[in-house]
Ligand binder design. Structure first.
Ligand code: 5RP
Ligand code: CA
Ligand code: ZN
Length: 220
C-alpha cells in the first residue's frame, strides 16, 4: 500500500515513521526510527513530540549474541510477573548505556548509546557466533537509560508489537536489525495519543503514518 511504501522510503532514508499497532492491542502510536540514524536531535524529537519511553528493539539473534535476556527471565523477585494486559508478554530486556556516556540520559548520551547498539547489532548479525556478551560488555553497561527490547524469534508471525513492527521495517530496508520506538502521549490528557491525532501530527510534520495491519500484510 501507499502508506507502507512511504514508511519504507522514510526508513531507508533514516527518517522516522509513526506506527499505530492495533485498536485491540495497545492502541498506541510510536515514533519509530532506524537505530543507526538516531542523533541527539532525533532523541529530542522523541521526548518532546512522543513523550513515552525511548527503547531500542533488536532481533533475537542479536540479543542472544549480546547475551541480553528478557528482563522477566533475568530477575527473581516476587513483583516479576510479565503478564501485560495487551499481549502475552512484554519485550523488555535490560536498560543500558554506552560506556562513553556520562549520566546516560542526555540527548547526546542516548543518541550515542543507540547508534552504537545499531553498530553492534550489525556486527552481531554478520557474525552471531563471533560476537560475544563480553564484546557487548566492553562497550555497554547496565543498568542504563536506553531500554533494550528483544524481538520475537519468529518476528511478526509470533508477535505484532512495535518491537517486531520496527524490526520488520529495518529488515525490509536492509538496515541494522535495531529500531528505536517511543510511544506518543497526549500532552493535554496524558493518555495515549489517539490514532486520529497521531495521523494529524504525522501529516503536519511530513512523517509517514502507517497501521500495524498494513505492515503485517506487506512484510510478514
Ligand atoms: C516500551 C513499550 C512500547 O509499547 C513499545 O512500543 C514496545 O512494546 P511492544 O512491542 O509491546 O509494542 O512497552 O515502551
Ligand atoms: Ca510532548
Ligand atoms: Zn508498543
Amino acid at each position: 500500500t501507499a502508506s507502507v511504501d512511504r514508511a519504507l522510503s522514510a526508513f531507508r532514508a533514516g527518517d522516522p515513521v509513526c506506527v499505530h499497532d492495533f485498536a485491540d492491542r495497545e492502541g498506541e502510536t510510536d515514533i519509530v526510527y532506524p537505530a543507526g540514524a538516531v542523533d541527539a536531535a532525533a532523541v529530542a524529537h522523541m521526548r518532546n513530540d512522543a513523550g513515552g519511553l525511548i527503547c531500542v528493539a533488536v532481533d533475537d539473534t542479536v540479543a542472544d549474541a549480546f547475551g541480553l535476556p528478557f528482563l522477566a527471565d533475568a530477575l527473581d523477585h516476587p513483583a516479576v510477573n510479565d503478564d501485560p494486559a495487551y499481549d502475552d508478554r512484554s519485550s523488555f530486556s535490560l536498560p543500558v548505556n554506552h560506556r562513553e556516556t556520562f549520566t546516560g540520559i542526555t540527548d547526546a548520551d542516548r543518541a550515542l548509546t543507540i547508534t552504537e547498539i545499531a553498530n553492534a547489532a550489525a556486527a552481531a548479525a554478520n557474525d552471531p557466533e563471533g560476537y560475544t556478551p563480553d564484546d557487548f560488555a566492553a562497550s555497554f553497561r547496565a543498568p542504563g537509560h536506553v531500554h533494550v527490547l528483544r524481538g520475537a524469534v519468529a518476528g511478526l508471525d509470533d508477535r505484532v508489537g512495535h518491537t517486531e513492527l520496527g524490526l520488520a521495517l529495518a529488515a525490509a530496508v536492509d538496515a541494522a536489525p535495531a529500531a528505536v520506538v517511543c510511544e506518543m502521549l497526549d500532552d493535554e490528557t496524558g493518555d495515549a495519543l489517539t490514532p486520529e491525532d497521531a495521523a494529524a501530527y504525522a501529516k503536519r510534520r511530513g512523517i509517514p503514518y502507517v497501521e500495524g495491519a498494513a505492515l503485517v500484510d506487506a512484510l510478514r
